[in-house]
Design a protein around this ligand. Structure first.
Ligand SMILES: [Zn+2]
Length: 179
């Protein structure tokens, strides 16, 4: 007998005392079946996985370039651009770098996500913030395939990115400013 049925029976119009007595009897004699136990265990396991995935942000680790150089980071941004084109999106890519490591990747998703703000740089900032589990990206630098638009530069400013670079080979676009 499931809990739902217990509740349904308990909700029948009975005198209050009788209802409590009946409910109590059923609740104390309730024995979970193997199937209901298995279902509960599976639900708990799935919930644990979901909570962990959420806490860790994007789960797949980022493959790092062989050499931690500006040229290699700019090349990775170009890879993100190619991915965007492959997906039928706008041709932009970006990565966020900290201490010589790529900590966020961004593929333009304006078309695929139907999101006018999903520029590659915004995606890279969001990815880095999720992975690093902080909204403060101080010490991070951005490498984009094109010079950031005012929206993305403002986002980089709010994220406290140190510097922006664009193109291949990467040009120094300076510290992000709020225009
Ligand atoms: Zn932009």
């Amino acid at each position: 007998m499931g809990w739902l049925r217990l509740h349904a029976i308990a909700a029948r119009p009975l005198s209050f005392g009788r209802a409590v007595e009946r409910y109590w009897r059923m609740a104390t004699t309730y024995r979970p079946t193997r199937r209901s136990l298995l279902a509960s265990a599976m639900t708990a396991a799935l919930a644990a996985v979901a909570v962990r995935a959420h806490a860790q942000g994007s789960a797949t680790p980022i493959a790092q370039p062989r050499e931690a150089t500006p040229v290699a980071f700019a090349a990775r941004a170009q890879e993100m651009r190619r991915l965007a084109i492959e997906r039928g999106d706008q041709a932009y890519g970006a990565v966020v770098v900290r201490d010589g490591k790529i900590v966020g990747e961004g593929v333009s998703a304006v078309v695929t996500d139907r999101d006018p703000t999903a520029h590659a740089e915004m995606q890279a900032i969001r990815d880095a913030a999720r992975r690093l589990r902080t909204n403060d990206l101080s010490g991070c630098e951005m490498y984009g395939t094109s010079r950031a638009c005012p929206m993305c530069e403002a986002a980089a400013y709010w994220a406290r990115l140190r510097r922006m670079h664009s193109g291949e080979p990467p040009a120094d676009d300076g510290a992000p400013r709020l225009r």
